[in-house]
Structure formats: structure tokens, C-alpha cells
Write a protein that binds this ligand. Structure first.
Ligand code: ATP
Ligand code: MG
Length: 390
């Protein structure tokens, strides 16, 4: 078995194309490096993964289907460029496919890039299609809306036969579009937001605020686990764990309670912005969406934005919670996100948070705090860990 990898959007990148292709090559190599023997090559506008142990095939496909920039992938079988060999392989795969999916109508699609092969594409399709029908007369040819397709490719090196095209992540290879700092909580939204931005080729770092001893060790482990799950797509993530308790206590003691959440969020944004700029990142990312909670009304978002220098990306801004949950399920973070460990924000929640804050009154409420000193102190008690997928 070999695996054919198609890439989509990076085809469009004109002059930068070699750069994107190199990055994607690196990401693909990285995804398959733990499988003995696996090699990656590029040719004919695709990548080929070859020489691995067939028993690893499914795991390699699973790994590749997390690589941004991969449009689709296909397990294909290489056979001699001989019509009998091709037909035998096509029949074997059809039988297998029918067993798994119980389909009846089919079509053969052929691409012939080796023009020395003595039959034309449509002749090859007709011949293979006919032999399949001889083998199983209960099947029906349907060239318009077939339930299954057999693909035959005649290339310089060999012929390839396959039936499956598995969708990849799409997007662009990590590293092709700069770096951003993700604010990651233990919730459902922020891992999805991180995945969405990383999908555009943005390398991520992350920051999490925890309120030990009000939040437990397990809540912290949960965030590390979620970061690991995002790293399975986004690659290595540097995670800043920021000790937030003293800031929260100071706000709680000195500021009007209806403004607690917003003032707290301004601190989160300031720290994220500062950490991001210190390491040359170009944006801050959150999992907010309009109106989801009091701190995410348009007015509230404006109040939190105003303390940040970098652009703030909120990829979930127009999504409903149900849509976000569906995505979390697709990318595999949902089950971890719903584990019931308390978050730092739920510890100090006001009973009646402001939903339509007025900028001046928030600034006034905040003015009793020594913002810079609180931030310095929190950062001095923070740690950084490097998170990689398993
Ligand atoms: P989530 O499901 O991501 O927790 P949420 O709906 O609970 O989101 P909020 O708690 O208001 O919303 O948080 C909004 C955003 O702020 C989160 O998506 C995340 O980006 C950031 N955030 C919230 N809490 C933390 C935290 N403890 N550490 C880091 N970032 C946080
Ligand atoms: Mg949250």
C-alpha cells in the first residue's frame, strides 16, 4: 500500500508555492516519522508516502488526516502496468468495498499520465468496468451518480488502483502564516478557536490562567490535555500557566462586583498581549462569540479589546454553541472539555454582571488597582511548559 496525498489551497499561492510545498513536506514527514520505513516524496503535484509496514496503514492515515494543508488522502495499491494486473486489483478492492459498504452502482475513472501505455483512459475504464461486471453481475454501472468509484492511474513508475478518497483537514501548513497566542480555558470553545486559527497555517502558543488553590490540580491537567489535543493538529505548543489568584483577589476586594468579570478579562488580555509581543507573535486568539455570555456582548468585547495592542482573533464570533460543540466533537476535544473541573472564572463570578458596560466606568473601577505591579507579580509566579501530542 502507498498513500497519495493531495493538497488544495496551496496550489494557488503562485510564487510562494515552493515555500508552502516545503513546509507541507516537513509537516507530512513529521506526521509519519514514527512509522518505521515510511518515506515521503513529492511528484505530479502530490505527495506519496511509501515503504511503510502495511499494518501501520490505518494509523498513518489517521496521523495524516490531522495535517493542515492536506486536502485529501488515499490508500492506493501499486501494480504493474498491465491490464490484467490492474483489473485483478480493481476487483479485489471492489469486493472489499462492497463488503464494508454494501453498495451496488459503480464507475471506473482512469487517469493516464504515461502516454506510452497502449490503451486510452476511456478504454481502460471500459475494460476494467466490464471485467468487474463479469466478476459480479449483480452490480450496475452508473456513470453519473455512482455509489462507488474505482480509480485507476497509469503513471511513469507503475499503475495505482484505489477506491477511497478520505477528506483531509484542508487549510494551510503550520508555520505558513505567522504565530498567535491562544487564550485557552478548560471549556469547549477555546480549543476549537485554536484549531481554526492553526488551520490557516498559524503556529500557536497558549496561555492559561489558573486560580490555585480555588481551582484544582485536575483542572490544570485538563487544560494541558486539551492543549495536547490541539497540538495533535497544530504541532508543538508552548503553554504559559499563569498564576491568576492574586489578581482575582485584588479585583474582588477592591472593585465593584458587577465589573469583576470584565476587569478580570482585561487582565487576561493584557497578559496574553504582552506574552505574545515578547515572543514576536502577531495576534491574540480567544474562543468568544457574540452574546454567548455577559462578557461577550459587543460592548464587553470592546472593553476587553481596548487594552490589547495586537489584533484579537475570535474565529467563533458568529457561531452558535451547537455549531461549536459539533466542531469540538469532530476535532476530538469535546469529551475532555466537558469534564466537570472548575475554571478560574467560575470561582469569582458576580451575581449580576454588567452586560452593557460603559468604558469610562470600567476604567474608573479599575483605577484603584496597580495594574502593572499585579501583572509583574503574576508572571513571576508563572511557568511555561512545552506541549506535544502523544
Ligand atoms: P470556553 O468554552 O472557551 O471556556 P466560555 O464560553 O466559557 O469559553 P469565557 O469563560 O467567557 O467563555 O471565556 C471566553 C474566552 O476567554 C475563552 O474562550 C478563552 O479564550 C478565554 N479564557 C477564559 N478563561 C480562561 C482561562 N482561565 N485561561 C485562559 N483563557 C481563558
Ligand atoms: Mg471558559
Amino acid at each position: 500500500m502507498i498513500i497519495l496525498i493531495r493538497y488544495g489551497e496551496i496550489h494557488l499561492k503562485g510564487q510562494n508555492r515552493p515555500y508552502f510545498e516545503r513546509l507541507l513536506m516537513g509537516e507530512i514527514r513529521n506526521a509519519v516519522k514514527k512509522f518505521p520505513g515510511a518515506t515521503v516524496e513529492r511528484g505530479d503535484g502530490r505527495y506519496y508516502v511509501e515503504n511503510f509496514d502495511e499494518a501501520d496503514g490505518e494509523d498513518i492515515i489517521a496521523a495524516l488526516s490531522k495535517v493542515f494543508g492536506v486536502h485529501s488522502l488515499t490508500p492506493a495499491y501499486e501494480v504493474e502496468k498491465d491490464i490484467d494486473a490492474i483489473a485483478a486489483e480493481a476487483i479485489r478492492q471492489m469486493d472489499e468495498y462492497i463488503l464494508e459498504n454494501g453498495k451496488k452502482s459503480y464507475k471506473v475513472d482512469t487517469k493516464r499520465s504515461d502516454k506510452r501505455f497502449p490503451m486510452k483512459s476511456n478504454e481502460i475504464s471500459a475494460e476494467i468496468g466490464g471485467r468487474i461486471l463479469e466478476h459480479d453481475p449483480s452490480l450496475v454501472v452508473d456513470i453519473h451518480k455512482p455509489e462507488m468509484r474505482v480509480f485507476v492511474e497509469i503513471r511513469d513508475k507503475a499503475a495505482y488502483v484505489y477506491t477511497k478518497v478520505i477528506p483531509g483537514q484542508g487549510g494551510m501548513p503550520i508555520g505558513s502564516n505567522g504565530k498567535a497566542m491562544l487564550l485557552i480555558s478548560g471549556g469547549i470553545d477555546s480549543p476549537v478557536a485554536g484549531h481554526m486559527v492553526a488551520k490557516r497555517g498559524v503556529r500557536l502558543s497558549a496561555v492559561h490562567y489558573y486560580s490555585f488553590p480555588y481551582t484544582s490540580e485536575r483542572a490544570r491537567d485538563k487544560v494541558i490535555e486539551l492543549t495536547k489535543q490541539v497540538a495533535a493538529y497544530a504541532g508543538e505548543i508552548k503553554l504559559h500557566l499563569v498564576h491568576f489568584t492574586d489578581i482575582q483577589m485584588a479585583i474582588y476586594e477592591k472593585c465593584p462586583h458587577q465589573h469583576l468579570t470584565l476587569i478580570m478579562r482585561r487582565f487576561m488580555m493584557r497578559i496574553a498581549d504582552r506574552l505574545a509581543r515578547e515572543s514576536g507573535m502577531q495576534a491574540v486568539v480567544t474562543g468568544e462569540s457574540i452574546g454567548q455570555v455577559a462578557s461577550q456582548t459587543i460592548e464587553s468585547l470592546a472593553v476587553t479589546d481596548s487594552v490589547v495592542e495586537l489584533p484579537v482573533f475570535r474565529p467563533l464570533i458568529g457561531m452558535d454553541k451547537i455549531e461549536i460543540i459539533e466542531r469540538a466533537q469532530q476535532i476530538g476535544t469535546y469529551e475532555t472539555s466537558i469534564l466537570p473541573y472548575e475554571d478560574c472564572c467560575t470561582v469569582f463570578v458576580p451575581k449580576h454582571p454588567t452586560t452593557r458596560p460603559n468604558m469610562e466606568s470600567i476604567i474608573k473601577s479599575e483605577s484603584v488597582l496597580d495594574v502593572d505591579a499585579l501583572i509583574e507579580d503574576a508572571l513571576s509566579k508563572s511557568e511555561v511548559i512545552i506541549v506535544n501530542a502523544d
